[in-house]
Write a protein that binds this ligand. Structure first.
Ligand code: URA
Length: 234
């Protein structure tokens, strides 16, 4: 019998009661303080990460608390696990290149993952793992309230859109993150695109062009141009 394609993993279903809802932070300082509080609570209480084994560091996320764009990946890899920072290995170098091509600086964006600890054998996060750790990422999004989310790959896209569809179908199409009821946060546009690791493994003009097209749509939404100039200024 011909080999069957692997079934698409389902989207995680987060328990709304696991998400701590607080009033919207009013400025960048309040956002930074909120993120610090979430970081500490995550490290002490995350039902997934506090029980996970075989990792060296939790990787909370980093960047500007006031970022217009949040990039969400899957989970720390080996280099991220060693350094405790997101996207600092080979996939991170590719992401940095993508951010620079957008005319942005990495430190002006915020970068996080659906899981904050290295999965065993560096495998794709499982839906039930994301269900335990994901509420903290949702709280990070509620603290930052960016203007756009770039979901890098399938797990991030599934978490923020709640859809079971795969990345190949959704990439390049505007989706939306619906924040939890009672959060007072408006829906935020989501652009799903290929994960930088996928780009590195499939380094073709087609794949690179598709990702660049997706990123340009995000810039258009924000009224920016790839060179960094604000579209309304020139
Ligand atoms: N891949 C991810 O999804 N996240 C990282 O932080 C690094 C590699």
């Amino acid at each position: 019998m011909a080999p069957q394609p692997a079934a698409e993993p389902r989207a995680p279903r987060l328990d709304p009661s696991a998400i701590v809802l607080l009033p919207a932070p009013q400025d960048a300082d309040e956002k930074a303080a909120r993120l610090d509080e979430i970081r500490e609570r995550h490290a002490a209480t995350c039902p997934h990460c506090t029980r996970a084994r075989g990792h060296r560091n939790m990787v909370f996320g980093e960047g500007s608390p006031d970022a217009e764009i949040v990039f969400i990946g899957e989970a720390p890899g080996e280099t991220e696990d060693e350094l405790g920072r997101p996207f600092v290995g080979p996939a991170g170098q590719k992401l940095d290149e993508m951010i620079r091509a957008m005319g942005l600086r990495r430190e002006d964006t915020y970068i996080a993952n659906v899981l904050k600890t290295l999965p065993p054998d560096n495998r794709t996060p499982l839906p039930d793992e994301v269900e335990r750790c994901g509420p903290f990422l949702i709280e990070q999004l509620l603290a930052i309230r960016p203007k756009a989310i770039v979901a890098l790959g399938g797990p991030a896209t599934k978490l923020v859109t709640g859809t079971d569809q795969g990345i190949t179908r959704l990439r390049g199409t505007w989706q939306s993150w619906t924040p939890p009821a009672g959060s007072g946060c408006p829906a935020i546009p989501v652009m799903p695109t290929y994960h930088p690791s996928y780009v590195l493994r499939n380094y073709t003009p087609k794949v690179r062009g598709e990702v660049w097209g997706d990123l340009k749509r995000v810039l258009e939404l924000l009224g920016r141009r790839p060179g960094g100039a604000n579209a309304s200024e020139s």
